[in-house]
Design a protein around this ligand. Sequence first.
Ligand SMILES: NC(=O)c1ccc[n+]([C@@H]2O[C@H](COP(=O)([O-])OP(=O)(O)OC[C@H]3O[C@@H](n4cnc5c(N)ncnc54)[C@H](OP(=O)(O)O)[C@@H]3O)[C@@H](O)[C@H]2O)c1
Ligand SMILES: [Zn+2]
Ligand SMILES: [Zn+2]
Length: 349
Amino acid sequence: MRTTVGWQLEESSSTLRRTPLERRDLRPDDLAVRVDHCGVCHSDLHAVSAGGGRGPLVPGHEFTGVVTSTGSAVTRFAVGDPVAVGNIVDACGQCAMCLAGQENFCRAFPTLTYGGTDRHDGTPTLGGFSREYVVRDQFAHPVPEGLDPAATAPLLCAGVTVWEPLHALGAGPGSRVAVAGLGGLGHLAVKMAVALGAETSVISRSADKADDARRLGAHGFVVSGDPEQMAGARDRFDIVIDTISVPHDLGPYLRLVAMDGTLSHLGHLGPVTVETLDLLMGRKKLSSAGSGGRPATAAMLDFCARHGIAADIEVLPSARVNEALDRLRRNDVRYRFVLDLSDLDSATG
Ligand SMILES: NC(=O)c1ccc[n+]([C@@H]2O[C@H](COP(=O)([O-])OP(=O)(O)OC[C@H]3O[C@@H](n4cnc5c(N)ncnc54)[C@H](OP(=O)(O)O)[C@@H]3O)[C@@H](O)[C@H]2O)c1
Ligand SMILES: [Zn+2]
Ligand SMILES: [Zn+2]
């Protein structure tokens, strides 16, 4: 075993504490990665709030760093290469989904970067809020040249989670896209939809983020708390990307979808209640998605590099992780916290 250090949830609390961690010795197809930057996703907050009941919890599933050693069979990467890892670190590789390059939908369920179970040795996976991660080379991606590695980290969860549905639903010239919830996922969805050529709007709870939305390239802005604005936007969007982080009524958002259009519900996951009339009136579709397969992740990174897209970030030393989670809980972030893990090298960081 290799030892490293990371931020693990303390028992019966919602505080992450600096803790020594074990990583497996490299298998032939593994890389050891020095984690330099890891984004703080709202899913990390959900996981911390839910507690670590199913074993040790070290959050973090969108990170970039540098390869520090490689297994004997690795050919795609060499020591010193900058790499990025998202929220899936393995899959069965044999099911129809995996064969179609949709490892994120693996029928045997993909191995999650944390809160999962390693397919070979049965150990719990521990996430990227740590100085080292050991990952199968197939689930690491080169960091594209020209993108800031810290701002690239959030592309690996937030970015690809909105990229796949935007792409699958045909966002592009002539399509009208609305993004509900301007947070980590939402701001990247806006940047991507605009770069894809779609007429893009933001749906937000208040007008506070209207200037930001414009700066991100959005053409329209709808205040979800304003009934007149919501009524005015009825049946307007071919695609609504819903990234809202709390359970909510889908009705008001379905009513904004155009005939034959789709509401892609990506945010708070769990049971929802749908009034079928909201689907019937306009033959509307309700969909969901999450994370990305390996080919889509590579395509997303390539697209972002070509269009200069990365997250708007606030970088904090990892010792301030609990503060980052608190501020994320209060919606006080524009638009993604990224932890700098280098402070874990010092004895007290
Ligand atoms: N499908 C997946 O695989 C996947 C992947 C990653 C994350 N997620 C989930 O996606 C959600 C968003 O993640 P994120 O990291 O983008 O979170 P985030 O940065 O906190 O953004 C969430 C946004 O939701 C809106 N919102 C927050 N509280 C709200 C409330 N009470 N009512 C209405 N809107 C509210 C806010 O937008 P406004 O201020 O503009 O209203 C906020 O900026 C989370 O639930 C996360 O777990 C899913
Ligand atoms: Zn995430
Ligand atoms: Zn599979």
